[in-house]
Design a protein around this ligand. Structure first.
Ligand SMILES: Cc1cc2nc3c(=O)[nH]c(=O)nc-3n(C[C@H](O)[C@H](O)[C@H](O)COP(=O)(O)OP(=O)(O)OC[C@H]3O[C@@H](n4cnc5c(N)ncnc54)[C@H](O)[C@@H]3O)c2cc1C
Ligand code: SF4
Length: 327
């Protein structure tokens, strides 16, 4: 076996070149990767430390887009005035994640690529299609209280655990990447993959690509936005359900609606069916309830997580009410 290498780099091109080696991994905050390495779930032979790259700024571009460097820490992003004033939904999502210590370490790029918290994925005594393709999915018939009800397949029902990503899905963020073949911009909804028959493939980033930044579109009405997270305890806990909501209401009628759900989907879940109900409708309780029904209309609950269907509807109705009020 090749000796293990840990390489600290100062420029993106060197990082990308090193990452094309077989079994190489970037490390940013290390709060997910290092845990997975300790458990022998991830076993890279070369770890490329990207913390020396100059990718840690938050800036407003001339067209109003806010560009967030991949190495910006979750806590710095949450408290940055461009975010807390203009995109409270993202600020609240970040501050609802993990603990203060973890948020001080966790980076934007690492948060995008954090792996599921399905208990069978973490326990190497069990088979798991995500860890070992074709080995089986014990969660489908086993303990699945925290697993997904939207976007599942017969091969995997694991949730995507991020809070930040739910807000970014609602905001329609763009993920900027750079690789040996140049740069490209990936719309948020195209970045994470549904499990289908290949749950071990989780995103559309190529092995030679580094995430450099995330763009938030200019969205003046995002000042009226909110992230609501429901979980078993008040901190240091992943979502059972969550909702990110942005509403633009003029004269009591909803002009624009951006909605995403967390804790229920196999990827950060943009609730387009709910958005269709909301856009053009009066901002009232009946509309919010109809949006909740639409958002969960395709839900497929399992033995232990049927409660998530009603909980997710209520979470969404509460978040919509907080942002839109009642007319
Ligand atoms: C106890 C605990 C509780 C938590 N609770 C929550 C929670 O409630 N909500 C929540 O959202 N999260 C939670 N988290 C997860 C935490 O947010 C993530 O671990 C963190 O965001 C990962 O960021 P990182 O910089 O540490 O990533 P790392 O561990 O450094 O990397 C993670 C992955 O991203 C890749 N990567 C990193 N940067 C790049 C890049 N620029 N380009 C390409 N690939 C890259 C790495 O190769 C690796 O595969 C929790 C974590 C722990 C340990
Ligand atoms: S739900 Fe996915 S991650 Fe969990 S055991 Fe099944 S295949 Fe593995």
């Amino acid at each position: 076996m090749e000796p293990f290498k840990f390489v600290r780099v100062q420029d993106a091109q060197t990082a990308i070149n090193l990452h094309t080696a077989p079994n190489a991994k970037f490390v940013a905050g290390g709060t997910n990767l290092i845990d997975l390495m300790k458990l022998n779930i991830e076993t890279p032979r070369q770890v490329v430390d990207i913390n020396g790259l100059k990718l840690n700024t938050v800036e407003k571009l001339p067209n109003g887009t806010v560009r967030i460097g991949t190495l910006v820490k979750n806590s710095d992003l949450a408290y940055h005035p461009l975010i807390s004033k203009n995109y409270p939904v993202l600020s609240e999502a970040l501050l609802s994640g993990a603990s203060a210590q973890l948020r001080n370490m966790a980076s934007v790029g690492g948060n995008l690529l954090q792996r599921t918290r399905c208990p069978y994925f973490y326990n190497t005594e069990f088979p798991c299609n995500k860890r070992i393709p074709g080995s089986g999915c014990p969660a489908i018939t086993g303990f699945n209280r925290n697993n997904a009800i939207l976007g599942t397949s017969d091969h995997c029902i694991a949730t995507h655990p991020s809070d930040m990503c739910v807000a970014m899905a609602a905001l329609g963020a763009i993920i900027n990447v750079h690789g040996t073949k140049g740069s490209r911009a990936i719309p948020f909804q195209d970045f994470h993959l549904l499990p289908g028959i290949t749950p071990h493939l989780e995103h559309t980033l190529r092995a030679d690509e580094l995430i450099t930044s995330v763009d938030l579109p200019a969205m003046p009405y995002a000042v009226k936005s909110h992230y609501l997270k429901v979980r078993d305890r008040a901190s240091y806990e992943f979502a059972l359900t969550s909702a990110a909501v942005i509403l633009d209401i003029q004269n009591g009628r909803i002009q624009h609606a951006h909605v995403a759900l967390g804790g229920v989907g196999t990827k950060p879940w943009r609730a387009t069916l709910a958005e269709k109900v909301l856009i053009g409708a009066l901002a009232n309780e009946q509309t919010y309830r109809s949006a909740g029904e639409a958002a969960l209309s395709l839900a497929k609950p399992y033995k232990d997580n049927a409660f998530k269907v009603e909980l997710a509807k209520r979470t969404l109705v509460r978040a919509l009410t907080t942002v839109g009020g009642m007319s």
